[in-house]
Ligand binder design. Structure first.
Ligand code: B12
Ligand code: SF4
Length: 499
């Protein structure tokens, strides 16, 4: 059997990092770990080919080569997924689809031959048996959320690693909290399931064997969902890192209660964690209560961010406007919080009702749902009737984006952030020559052509005088800021439905 694994295209969003990646000469931020994992569950004798359409075109010859096509997608990739399915079906290929979009919206994919709802560990073995018998069914639904002990080492070797700016591994799935808008807990459950330490180290060995050096995203829904197990992992991870000359630095996602655990923060620092993405959502207590985000109301959020930063880790965070309890001054309060917390990469979105979430069910009951979500909460359109007047909410949202990504504000936050980064420079996937070329591209775009070049050079001057050892990261932050600003500009110019 020849299997073609296809990852559809992402639209151009904040999370695509497109304007920043091109400086580095990269095509996408991360490889599609779901498909790399699925590949490792297929029979060894099958021939495999991965086409991540975010790094290369899906050619007709790829489709012709295949006996079966397996595709995976998030909601934002649905249009591209539909085109992939249509192209493969037109060539008479057997097509199977899975992943978060399919798991939450299976009814929208009638053209595919096989639809998989849930995690492949709990569906693929049955499908493979059925296929062998010539009795493969159109629909497979995981009966349970499988333990991760059986999850194989993903086939990292299938990814063209030079085209990505970071690699990813997964330690756990699920999150113990119950935020109303969250689809993670619906897809992956509220009982965090972890891999064993040996599995994690085997994955890192495999990643290292590909030649990768540099940033690794631990793509957990909440890395500290099972704190007891994470505490046990950290010393082994540190020992592994030290033994191999610290080839990777890590970034992950965690809930804000990480801030209350100094021992864990210290262990993460030792294991070379450099960045943590937090779901802060809002500084407004009533809105947090409405979102059932009790873990954020029980502590001073600004203090929590500062605590994590004090361990030399950069904090990135998600923010949301559009809660029923948002006060009139919510926009200024979000801006103030982001400014004070020194979070350069602040991802601000409009509240979105994702399919089958608690929020979706409540709004449906209240008759406030308008349409399916596009899956991108930063595109500036609402799929429900908010309490605040829609026009005011969207205007306020734009005002936040225009402010926080304006050059002066962004560079200020980046400098504040750099002052917390006390760890030694990170391992890099690129060589000196590539770094120099990337820097020249940044200088040309931000320091010569850009209208905000004066701010850029002021930022560079401060970096060289006060944060010289973090110079490479300072350049990356500048490039990211440029990406956010460019997207914001296009967003402010053109309404969502015309983009
Ligand atoms: C890493 C990540 C990213 C990376 C992309 C990495 C990549 N190339 O895939 C980045 C940071 C770029 C990203 C961006 C976004 N992301 Co994201 N991301 C994740 C995250 C944290 C991990 C993904 C991952 O690698 N998982 C590990 C693999 C092993 O799990 P998996 O993909 O689910 O695969 C398993 C099963 O689904 C199944 N499966 C998957 N595919 C297939 C295919 C077949 C044929 C079969 C049988 C089975 C199968 O089997 C696999 C093994 O069990 C997930 C959360 C999560 N827990 O997955 C969110 C998640 C996928 N992202 C999400 C969202 C919303 C986004 C954004 C839209 C955010 C935004 N507002 O802009 C953007 C979109 C990107 C863009 N440019 O527009 C949502 C998707 C929701 C949905 N229902 O579609 C998730 C689930 C998080 C959430 N809060 O809900 N993301
Ligand atoms: S903490 Fe994050 S992953 Fe966990 S339920 Fe809340 S939003 Fe979802």
């Amino acid at each position: 059997m020849k299997v073609l694994l296809v990852y559809p295209e992402f639209p151009d969003t904040y999370w695509s990092f497109r304007h920043a990646l091109r400086f580095e000469g990269k095509r996408a931020a991360f490889p599609p770990l779901g498909l790399l994992t699925v590949s490792a569950m297929l029979p060894e004798s099958w021939e495999r080919r991965l086409v991540d359409m975010n790094v290369r075109r899906l050619k007709e010859s790829d489709i012709e080569w295949a006996d079966i096509v397996l595709a995976s997608a998030m909601i934002v990739q649905k249009d591209s997924l539909e085109r992939v399915v249509a192209r493969c079906k037109a060539k008479g290929k057997r097509v199977a689809v899975g992943g978060p979009y399919v798991s939450t919206s299976a009814e929208h994919l009638p053209e595919a031959d096989h639809i998989f709802v849930g995690e492949a560990e709990a569906t693929l073995p049955e499908f493979l048996k059925d296929l062998e018998r010539g009795e493969a069914k159109p629909f497979y639904k995981a009966a349970e959320r499988p333990a991760l002990h059986a999850t194989p080492v993903p086939h990292f070797r299938l990814a063209d690693i030079k085209r990505y700016s970071a690699m990813s591994v997964q330690y756990s799935r699920g999150c113990p909290f119950s935020c109303e808008f969250c689809d993670i807990i619906e897809i992956y459950g509220r009982v965090p399931r972890t891999k064993t330490n040996a599995q994690v180290l085997a994955e890192l060995d495999a990643l290292r064997a590909t030649g990768w050096r540099g940033l690794v995203f631990v793509v957990d829904d909440n890395f500290i969902g099972n704190k007891r197990n994470v505490r046990r992992l950290m010393p082994e991870l540190t020992e592994w890192s030290d033994r191999h000359g610290r080839p990777f630095s890590f970034i992950t996602e965690a809930s804000v209660n990480l801030a209350e655990d100094d021992a864990l923060l210290e262990a993460m620092r030792r294991a070379n964690f450099r960045r943590v993405f937090l779901g802060i959502e809002t500084p407004v207590e009533e809105s947090l209560k409405e979102a059932q985000k009790g873990q954020n109301t029980r502590r001073d959020l600004l203090e929590s961010v500062r605590k994590i930063q004090s361990y030399g880790m950069e904090v990135m965070a998600g923010f949301i406007v559009g809660f029923d309890n948002d006060p009139e001054d919510i926009f200024d309060r979000q801006i103030d919080f982001i400014r004070e917390s020194a979070i350069p990469l602040a991802m601000v979105g409009l509240l979105t009702a994702l399919p089958d979430t608690q929020l979706w069910r409540r709004l449906k009951k209240e008759g406030r749902l308008l349409k399916e979500s596009s899956g991108d909460n930063t595109e500036g359109s609402l799929n429900f009737i908010p309490r605040m007047e829609t026009a005011r909410l969207v205007e306020g949202y734009k005002q936040i984006l225009a402010t926080i990504y304006s050059p002066a504000e962004y560079y200020r936050r980046a400098l504040d952030c750099l002052s917390h980064l006390t760890q030694p420079p990170e391992p890099r996937s690129s060589g000196r020559l590539e770094d120099a070329a990337a820097f020249l591209r940044v200088v040309l775009a931000l320091g010569v052509r850009d209208g905000a070049r004066a701010e850029f050079w002021r930022y560079m001057k401060h970096t060289l005088t006060s944060h010289r050892r973090n110079f490479a990261h300072a350049v990356t932050l500048a490039a990211m800021g440029y990406h956010f600003r460019k997207l914001t500009e296009s967003f402010l110019e053109v309404p969502a439905h015309q983009r």
